[in-house]
Design a protein around this ligand. Structure first.
Ligand SMILES: Cc1ncc(COP(=O)(O)O)c(C=O)c1O
Length: 418
């Protein structure tokens, strides 16, 4: 993004022009940013990458637009999928079955069948699922999702390790998992763990890595260890980026030491979601209203938590710009949406819903930054409001990569009573 004549530009195009051409609200993604984030992360693990011992499995739950999946495939990403349709979509976008790792949770038997039929490797996170799988698919290779007993994340709902998390086989049950695998001639070729999302410091990731390596020692047939995703991005203006380069170095050194002791050059897998697509995405909206109460000055918009739920669901901070006037006198406002819920706000900041923004008037174009991950993919049609279009921008060109929904899309799956 850049500022020209006091207006915000994305991929070389003014946000206002994008809004005029494609409508409001609108998701916009900068292609260069998608590619550079992927290259950057690969570079941090260059030593392993050069030896083809690193696979970046993009967690496509963060953003499953087919055009974005194809761009990341071109950059060398593989896929972390959590549902059969994610698997299907990844296959349709040209990923080979072996480039996908299916990590379901509370997985239904048909989901296992679907993966096996399509040759997609499975990462199993429960003893019961393991037993069921073994009975039906004896002799297969599998990996295990492990709960190492620790977790981290930007919100309690995003911590996926530790005794309160539903994910993975708890570390003290791994012996049972090995017995089950042996009984059904399953080869455990991988160990995976993902302790949470939105982690901003290297320490929890390195700590979790240590715990996983201790567990991994007990498995004799490993081909890879998967340390999950969780790489955070700076959402707040004052936040420094995490030094992923240093983290990559530290993780690589520790991993190589482990491999030496283990006696084999294993592969490392990572499952970044937010890091790859978050900074590339922006949600453009229009100011439709202004009003005040004794407490708040409200700026009303034509979008809401049905399009970007993170502020409402997690209290997440997103930078908001007035793209029509990047610099002007500041005023303290609450930027809110058009959903019939009091919790429908964009400008949340640690419980406060007001912040300073350059003066806005009805018709201004607002832009919410870092909306590329868990933005559109978590959107809904709540209040019978259709989902917005998605556009990819690069070098002054814009391409529609998903049209906005219409009234008929709201009814596509319904059946009327006679
Ligand atoms: C199993 C798994 N891997 C990877 C990710 C991606 O996390 P992030 O977007 O923080 O990198 C998630 C997200 O919750 C996940 O559940």
């Amino acid at each position: 993004m850049e500022i020209q004549n006091n207006q915000l530009h994305l991929g070389g195009l003014s946000a206002e022009a994008l809004r005029t051409n494609f409508g409001s609200p609108l998701y916009v993604y900068e292609e260069d940013s998608l590619r550079s984030q992927c290259r950057r992360l690969l570079k941090c693990f260059d030593e392993l990458h050069q030896q083809q011992r690193l696979q970046l499995h993009f967690a496509m739950k963060a953003n499953s637009n087919p055009s974005i999946l194809k761009i990341l495939r071109q950059e060398g990403a593989w896929i972390d999928a959590v549902s059969p349709y994610e698997v299907q979509l990844a296959l349709d976008c040209g990923y080979r079955p072996e480039q996908i790792l299916f990590t379901g949770n509370n997985t239904a038997p048909e989901e296992l069948d679907f993966c096996v039929e399509n040759g997609v490797p499975l990462n199993i996170g429960s003893l019961l699922t393991l037993e069921h799988f073994g009975k039906h698919y004896s002799g297969q290779n599998i990996s295990l999702r492990v709960n190492p007993g620790v977790g981290a994340g930007h919100h309690a709902h995003c911590i996926t390790g530790g005794p309160r998390s539903k994910f993975g086989i708890y570390h003290d049950q791994l012996e049972q998992a090995q017995e089950l695998a042996q009984r059904h001639s399953l080869r455990i070729v991988g160990i995976q763990s993902h302790i949470g999302t939105g982690i901003f410091a290297p320490e929890p990731m390195l700590e979790a890595m240590e715990m996983i390596l201790v567990l991994a020692e007990h498995f004799t047939e490993l081909e890879f260890i998967d340390f999950g995703g969780g790489f955070g991005i700076p959402y707040r203006p004052e936040q420094q980026e995490m030094d992923v380069n240093a983290l990559g170095q530290q993780m690589t050194e520790r991993f190589e030491k482990f491999c030496k002791e283990y006696g084999r050059p294993l592969s490392m897998k990572l499952e970044p979601g937010r890091y790859l697509v978050g900074p590339a995405g922006f949600l453009l909206l229009s100011v439709t209203n202004r009003k005040h109460t004794p407490e708040y000055q409200f700026v009303g918009t034509d979008s809401g938590f049905h399009h970007l739920v993170r502020p409402t669901m997690y209290g997440s901070y997103h930078r908001i710009w007035n793209a029509s006037r990047m610099e002007d006198e500041l005023e303290t406002v609450a930027v809110v949406g058009n959903v019939c819920e009091t919790g429908d706000f964009f400008s949340v900041d640690q419980g406060n819903i007001q912040r300073d923004l350059p003066k806005t008037t009805v018709g201004d174009c607002l832009v919410i930054a870092d909306a590329g991950a868990y933005g559109f993919s978590m959107s809904s049609q709540y209040n019978s409001r259709p989902r917005p279009a998605e556009v990819l921008v690069k070098d002054g060109q814009a391409q529609l990569i998903r049209r906005a929904e219409r009234y008929t899309d709201l009814l596509r799956t319904t059946q009327e009573l006679d």
